[in-house]
Ligand binder design. Structure first.
Ligand code: RP5
Length: 164
């Protein structure tokens, strides 16, 4: 299976990004995580993204806050799909990060999840890789079934509470 690259702009993003890494691990998806900044280490951002496909990656996840250009810069240097996680890291509650990631010009998409939506980034990456991996596709079906069972259980508990 191809690897997922989890790139964060700063180690201060890790508490949020950890939810993404945990979900990738739960799906047994091989990954690498790195701190690379679009602004502080632009040469590394170019180098990593330019060689990512040749290095066995299938998807890149980019987490960044404030003027969050990381996803866009990585996407500029690779044909791989890039998923952005806008981090709520500033006085603007993450809206700055969200808009910096999602408002990409035509030709360079960044598939942006919700502010701090790290788990969804991992699920979306899994769905992309599952297009060519039947075992992973089965794990995604089981994941959805578990979610459904969890909600049904909560509804049953609610009905019991309301009936008292
Ligand atoms: C962004 O600036 C990072 O992704 C992080 O969310 C934010 C703050 O970085 P630090 O100053 O904590 O390193 O580039």
């Amino acid at each position: 299976m191809k690897k997922v690259a989890v790139i964060m702009g700063s180690d201060s993003d890790l508490p949020v990004v950890k939810k993404c890494i945990d979900q990738l691990k739960a799906f047994d998806i091989p990954y690498e995580a790195h701190v690379i900044s679009a602004h502080r280490t632009p040469a590394q951002a170019e180098k990593f993204a330019s060689s990512a496909a040749a290095n066995g990656f299938g998807v890149i996840i980019a987490a960044a806050g404030k003027a969050a250009h990381l996803g866009g810069v990585l996407a500029a240097y690779t044909p791989l799909p890039v998923i952005g996680i806008p981090i709520k890291s500033s006085t603007m509650d993450g809206l700055d990060s969200l808009l910096s990631m999602v408002q990409m010009p035509s030709g360079i998409p960044v598939a942006t999840v919700a502010i701090d939506g790290a788990q969804n980034a991992a699920i979306l990456a899994a769905q992309m890789l599952a297009l060519s991996d039947d075992a992973l596709a089965e794990k995604l079906v089981a994941f959805k079934a578990d979610m459904e069972a969890g909600v049904l259980k909560k509804d049953a508990a609610l009905q019991e509470t309301l009936a008292q």
